[in-house]
Write a protein that binds this ligand. Structure first.
Ligand code: 5GP
Ligand code: ZN
Length: 113
């Protein structure tokens, strides 16, 4: 999708700080980090939200998640992690390419919640 910012990161048209990549998914640091190591995981195909995700795309997507979380845990040493996916403006979605936020947590006052 030409105008999609995450498709542009996937295609290398604009830079993204890559955390993990395989054939199906890309994980990169959020440009505006809520906590240190705040990462976004996206399918490489453009799907606007969870309603558009097919079982096959979902399988590839969720298969990659544990390895990505382990790599974030190793790199940033958080005390905990939140996974968060917003669907629809009313739920806080601002980029309309499906993505999962991985939020490393460092205890009270870490900036989230
Ligand atoms: P949403 O609000 O849709 O769940 O999350 C979108 C996220 O994308 C936000 O946390 C925002 O900071 C991040 N974001 C928006 N534009 C860019 C960008 O160009 N590069 C990166 N790395 N993150 C972005
Ligand atoms: Zn896209």
């Amino acid at each position: 999708m030409m105008s999609c910012i995450f498709c542009k990161i996937i295609n290398g048209e604009i830079p993204g700080a890559k955390v993990f990549e395989n054939e199906h998914v890309l994980a990169f640091l959020d440009i505006s980090q809520v906590t240190k190591g705040h990462t976004l995981v996206v399918p490489k195909v453009h799907k606007e939200n969870i309603y558009e995700m097919t079982p096959e795309i979902s399988r590839h997507f969720f298969e990659a998640i544990p390895a990505i979380t382990r790599s974030i845990k190793e790199q940033f040493q958080p005390e905990g992690l939140n996974l968060l996916n917003n669907n629809g403006e009313a739920a806080g979605q601002s980029v309309f390419h499906y993505h999962m936020h991985i939020l490393p947590r460092y205890g009270k006052g870490d900036g989230f919640g």
